[in-house]
Design a binder for this molecule. Structure first.
Ligand SMILES: [Zn+2]
Ligand SMILES: [Zn+2]
Ligand SMILES: [Zn+2]
Length: 105
């Protein structure tokens, strides 16, 4: 599995900037069928999807009724990314840090 390297995005105006120790993640493949694992099982609906970059679990975002991506997140499954086209960011649930792709030096 390839590795994605992230950097923490600065929060404009914040006196304390977030930090994150989870700046190297996997780049897991998408499951088939693509959808929130819990919602697909229980017949729920989702707004947006987030994928756990540790294990590839796909859950629904915090705007969805189930919030299954957040429910899945825990230490060891820290970082989730959106699955919408063109979205290239990630969110560390553990550190509450917004991550952007980093360039390798
Ligand atoms: Zn983190
Ligand atoms: Zn869900
Ligand atoms: Zn996970």
């Amino acid at each position: 599995m390839s590795v994605t390297v992230w950097q923490v995005a600065e929060v404009p105006g914040a006196s304390v900037q977030p930090s994150c120790d989870h700046l190297e993640t996997g780049d897991p493949p998408l499951p088939e069928p693509l959808g929130c694992a819990e919602c697909l099982r229980g017949g729920g609906r989702w707004v947006h999807l987030r994928q756990c970059l540790t294990c590839g679990h796909v859950g629904c975002c915090d705007s969805s009724p189930g919030q299954h991506a957040h429910a899945h997140a825990r230490p060891g499954h820290d970082v989730g990314r959106p699955l919408e086209q063109g979205e290239t960011w990630a969110w560390c649930y553990t550190d509450e840090a917004f991550l952007r792709p980093a360039r390798r030096r």
